[in-house]
Design a protein around this ligand. Structure first.
Ligand SMILES: Cc1cc2nc3c(=O)[nH]c(=O)nc-3n(C[C@H](O)[C@H](O)[C@H](O)COP(=O)(O)OP(=O)(O)OC[C@H]3O[C@@H](n4cnc5c(N)ncnc54)[C@H](O)[C@@H]3O)c2cc1C
Length: 308
């Protein structure tokens, strides 16, 4: 269930393992949250860290492999600097990635006291999502466009539930809430990405080959899909503080998406009325970053349940 980055990645992995897969989804690309993702590899706004660090690291490796071995050219490696107001422990995931270093004093910008640089994949979702879809279909996967009102109405060997924010209604899981993200597209390259990843001060500039994505907002419980002028102003002011050369005349577009946030990712199996369901939703601001690691975990859970 679900044709976002989570559902498509799971579908591909399951087909590769010899399962037959049909994705049922209310919306498909370009109309999913995944299509709006900025998207930089970064475990943002997602828990539990002990698991998400592992899934993120596995996804990092797979994205690099797709780029190097399968020439998926909408994935590029870019350097980014994250600035922090206060010194803190380096994140656990830093040990898994090849380029990570603490910034020198002279590299820290005004109003910040600490920071680090990493090199990580940037994924151009408007190309990557159709690529995932075509890989899924080439492997024999089928897609049915329809809304599921009740999981009990689906009867199959295994349901893999990748419905993102849809879980709020479908699973009556009120812990899944939207965290609204507004973004701006600008035709100007900052050289390296600049980030403040604290939810209250969230700021990012993510350079893609075509545009740079500027953000952001992290508005909890806000379902508004229209862009708001006050958010645009706020994003620009925050980005200019990290990137003073930003040229507002080069803005070419705007976007909004609702991150499917949850206190922690729900990746577990459930047997309901004898139906095996593997839930895989609630990836917050890191669904792309976790996609392949979670898909592999889904396959492991299915294998485990089918053996017992
Ligand atoms: C502005 C913004 C920037 C972001 N930047 C990044 C980033 O840089 N890096 C990163 O890793 N992540 C980023 N994210 C987060 C990322 O977009 C999400 O975590 C990810 O897209 C979630 O993917 P998903 O497949 O789980 O959900 P979705 O993409 O929302 O897909 C859910 C699917 O389920 C279907 N569905 C739901 N309910 C039903 C139902 N009842 N019946 C049938 N189908 C149903 C939907 O139609 C859809 O196809 C960003 C998000 C936003 C909004």
């Amino acid at each position: 269930m679900g044709a976002g980055v989570s559902g498509l990645s799971c579908g591909i992995r399951l087909l590769e393992q010899g399962h037959s897969v049909t994705i049922i989804s209310e919306f498909i690309s370009p109309n999913t949250v995944s299509d709006t993702a900025a998207a930089w590899w970064y475990p943002f706004l997602v828990e539990p860290i002990n698991k998400t660090n592992k899934w993120s690291a596995e996804t990092f490796d797979e994205l690099v492999r797709l780029m190097n071995e399968e020439n998926v050219d909408c994935i590029t490696m870019r350097k980014g600097r994250e600035y922090l107001k206060e010194k803190e422990e380096v994140p656990g995931w830093s040990e898994y990635i090849p380029h990570f270093r603490i910034l020198n004093d002279e590299e820290i910008i005004q109003d910040y006291t600490f920071g680090w640089e990493l090199e990580a994949p940037v994924i151009e979702m408007h190309i990557y999502m159709p690529w995932l879809m075509s890989r899924f279909k080439k492997l024999g996967g089928e897609i049915k466009i329809m809304k599921i009102e009740n999981l009990d109405s689906v009867s199959t060997e295994v349901i893999v539930n990748c419905c993102g924010l849809g879980a709020n209604e479908l699973c009556n899981d009120k812990t899944v809430v939207p965290v609204r993200g507004q973004i701006i597209y600008i035709k100007q390259d900052p050289g390296f990405g600049r980030f403040d990843q604290k939810p209250d001060t969230l700021t990012y500039t993510i350079p893609r080959r075509d545009v740079t994505v500027l953000g952001g907002t992290a508005q909890v419980g806000d379902w508004t899909m229209e862009t708001r002028d006050e958010d645009t102003q706020l994003i620009l002011e925050k980005c200019e503080a990290l990137w003073p050369e930003l040229d507002r005349t080069k803005i070419v577009g705007h976007g909004v998406g609702l991150r499917p946030s949850r206190d922690e990712v729900r990746l577990e199996s459930e047997i309901k009325n004898k139906q095996l369901i593997i839930h895989n939703y609630g990836h917050g601001g890191a669904g792309v970053t976790l996609s392949w690691g979670c898909a592999d975990e889904v396959v492991r859970l299915i294998d485990l349940n089918m053996r017992t």
